[in-house]
Write a protein that binds this ligand. Sequence first.
Ligand SMILES: CC(C)(COP(=O)(O)OP(=O)(O)OC[C@H]1O[C@@H](n2cnc3c(N)ncnc32)[C@H](O)[C@@H]1OP(=O)(O)O)[C@@H](O)C(=O)NCCC(=O)NCCS
Length: 172
Amino acid sequence: MSETPGGSGLVLREMTLADLDQVEAIDQASFPTPWPKQAFHYELTRNQNALCWVAEWVEPNHPPVLVAAIVVWLILDEAHISTLAVHPGYRQRGIAQRLLAKVLLACAQAGAAQAYLEVRANNHPAQSLYRKFGFEAVGMRKGYYQDTGEDAVLMTLSHFDPVKLAELVEGG
Ligand SMILES: CC(C)(COP(=O)(O)OP(=O)(O)OC[C@H]1O[C@@H](n2cnc3c(N)ncnc32)[C@H](O)[C@@H]1OP(=O)(O)O)[C@@H](O)C(=O)NCCC(=O)NCCS
């Protein structure tokens, strides 16, 4: 799906195998313990419960640049945000917001009624992003992250609001 026919802007679309090198590079630039490429390959080809999407920045006469990726597991009526990262050079432009909202809308259409995730206790940008969607911190998992020993904050969104999600997709 292109949201920018003929112009420049952001395209939100499902991930393909051709994206994996760039998805891996974004993950490596974003996390202390990034996923290996094979993990994304598995999600894309074998995990029928996974929604794998990317955001691409497009400009006329330039090749598109892959700028963000997300994997969400949809299990019964629960969406689990498994990973989300934006290329460091493209942050704070609303890209994570638009991509997350797009995928949560797809989850809602597939039957999800609620969502949850774990986020590092010191990852304030991500927590702020999720709060903007209405996620609330509901618990703490002590020492959840083995690489740094950090705690995880468990956040849940107990109700999907399709109108709000549609506004967030548009950058509102
Ligand atoms: C967290 C992350 C995905 C945000 O991506 P982004 O595209 O920069 O976020 P957006 O521009 O869409 O911001 C949306 C909201 O997130 C919050 N936010 C994003 N970056 C922020 C920052 N540096 N400081 C504070 N709040 C921030 C704000 O609430 C913002 O809304 P606002 O613009 O109305 O203030 C990005 O910083 C990233 O990839 N970080 C490394 C990987 C990571 O932590 N992933 C999340 C794992 S749970």
